[in-house]
Design a protein around this ligand. Structure first.
Ligand SMILES: [Zn+2]
Length: 210
């Protein structure tokens, strides 16, 4: 069994690549955010423990997250490993993970911050069918009319402004750079240039994983 860790800042296209890696490798995607929400909803012991921290506005501590991962990795679909998304976030988590499953590759999709800001800030979605558009890169065919359903009502997320995006990116870099160094020291860290067409990025990632 060997697992993959996927890193990428918000707006780098990580979701699309994660989907493609899953299809190609058959490894299930494990997102600690989703798992936490599911555990809280299911009212499991770990979920209830996590909820006390979340309700208090605190970060869920490493030992709770690690307990979740330990349970998840025992499930049938994880017998060949999993693809972690959003985990590990800290070096203690990375150390604990090394004791739970063998991580064979860490893939980091990298896009310059300035490019991400222009990608994210131009985004808008149809208020009716949720189709995603972009002012510059993917506008509607007819101005003001959704290509998917013909609606003329669109939404923009309030937190998709440049300052907010830049502060999310700086938090991401602060969190990721020590982990990148930790994994680089183990020879399994791979940087992928994410500022290219989606298919080229996928090809590069799958080549690394072969
Ligand atoms: Zn629509």
């Amino acid at each position: 069994m060997s697992s993959i860790v996927l890193f990428g800042p918000p707006g780098a296209g990580k979701g699309t690549q994660a989907q493609r890696i899953m299809e190609s490798t058959g490894l299930p995607q494990v997102s600690t955010g989703d798992m936490l929400r599911a555990a809280v909803k299911a009212g499991t012991e770990t979920g209830l423990s996590a909820k006390t921290y979340m309700d208090a506005g605190q970060l869920v501590p490493d030992h709770v997250i690690i307990a979740l991962i330990e349970d998840r990795i025992q499930e049938d679909d994880a017998s060949n490993g999993v693809m972690f998304d959003g985990f590990p976030r800290t070096i203690p988590q990375a150390e604990a993970l090394a004791g739970i499953t063998q991580v064979s590759h860490v893939i980091a999709i990298e896009v310059p911050d300035g490019k991400i800001v222009s990608r994210i800030c131009g985004r808008y979605t149809c208020g009716n069918c949720s189709m995603v558009f972009h002012d510059e890169f993917n506008p509607t065919t007819e101005e003001g009319v959704c290509d998917g359903c013909g609606s003329n009502e669109f939404k923009r997320r309030a937190d998709d402004n440049a300052d907010t995006v830049l502060s999310r990116l700086s938090a991401y870099h602060e969190q990721t750079s020590p982990l990148a160094a930790w994994y680089e020291g183990r020879g399994i860290f791979h940087r992928i240039d994410g500022d290219r067409p989606i298919d080229e990025i996928t090809t590069d990632i799958l080549n690394v994983l072969e």
